[in-house]
Design a protein around this ligand. Structure first.
Ligand code: BTN
Length: 315
């Protein structure tokens, strides 16, 4: 977001009605220029209602992100926080930072948010779009359950913010009552044995507009918790992640495997598994193994899945 656009965004974020002429005066630009900027904000998904004559407003106030406030809530010294306006994708942007370890990039919005399996991630202003860089000394081999650890850290943070019943749908979707609240996109690079780096991205719907075009049942945190703070949530996510990622690197997944049943959105559910090669099947989800692979019972076999697309079929 350009500084000029950010100036207008910051004014509208209070959720009050702002008269077009007054905005023009405050920003030192013409009313036509205000309208142009309003259109730019609408293009990145800010649901601005009204016209220059009636005044402009957004339906819900947005707590603006602030690195200093996040820093005050943060309970770990090992993270550097960078707050940006609207970027293409925080994961893509963070990958360009050096050094990446301990660098957290948080954006007001994303213009090309990336989801798993090449999907897009709808990222209008007001949600959480966070990426954290982390270097693991233990090597790629031990990182297959990383997304589960990230999902559980996020679920714990959301629980602390007042949302009960947050579950992780293997491998890393955040669900409440079978509706998607958020997701994680973990991108790793490096050697099987030596040090490797991860970009850990988390997206959470806080107040997604009802008209949002999402191709599956979804929900927003505002439907499940009241009075949460966006900055505090970011700090909570980073605090949990920093602790859990260090433990994973030091002690492996054993420290987390026992926690999974408390978060498992698929426990004993009928699921449909879509495999890359087209060998789809339906079975019963039976938790995970010591490497974090999903165990699915079908026929006489218990199949361990390292990857694949799993959807819930009935209760
Ligand atoms: C999913 O498909 O469920 C994963 C969604 C991950 C979205 C987050 S938002 C912050 C980070 N930057 C991105 O471009 N994607 C991730």
């Amino acid at each position: 977001m350009s500084p000029e656009l950010n100036e207008l965004y910051a004014r509208l974020a209070d959720g009050r009605r702002h008269n077009g002429a007054e905005l023009a005066g405050e920003l030192g630009i013409s009313r036509a220029a205000v309208w142009k900027r309003i259109e730019s904000l609408r293009r990145i998904g800010l649901p601005v209602e009204g016209t220059a004559g009636d005044g402009y407003r957004i339906p819900h106030a947005i707590e603006l992100l602030d690195a200093e406030t996040i820093g005050q809530y943060l309970q770990t010294p090992s993270i550097r926080i960078e707050v940006v306006g609207a970027v293409d994708s925080t994961n893509a942007r963070l990958a360009l930072r050096e050094p990446i370890h301990g660098h957290a990039l948080v954006a007001e919005a994303q213009k090309a948010g990336r989801g798993r399996r090449g999907r897009r991630w709808l990222s209008p202003p007001g949600g959480i779009y966070l990426s954290l860089g982390w270097q693991f000394e233990s090597g790629l081999a031990g990182l297959s359950p990383l997304s589960l650890v990230v999902g559980m850290a996020a679920a714990r943070t959301l629980h602390e913010a007042g949302a009960e019943d947050v579950r992780v749908k293997w491998p890393n979707d955040l669900f409440i009552h079978d509706a998607k609240l958020g997701g994680c996109l973990v991108e790793v690079s490096g050697a099987a044995e030596g040090p490797c780096q991860a970009v850990i991205g988390i997206g959470i719907n806080l107040e997604l507009p009802e008209s949002a075009a999402v191709d599956q049942p979804w929900t927003s945190l505002s439907r499940h918790a009241k009075g949460f703070s966006r900055n505090r949530l970011v700090a909570g996510l980073l605090t949990h992640l920093a602790g859990d990622l260090a433990t994973l690197d030091r002690s492996g997944f054993d420290a987390f495997a026992g926690q999974w049943p408390g978060f498992d959105a698929l426990a004993d559910r009928k699921v449909h598994v879509s495999m890359a090669g087209g060998d789809d099947f339906t079975g019963l989800s039976r938790g995970i193994d010591a490497q974090g692979r999903l165990l699915v019972e079908h026929g006489d076999t218990l199949q361990a899945l390292g990857s694949g697309e799993v959807s819930i079929r009935g209760r």
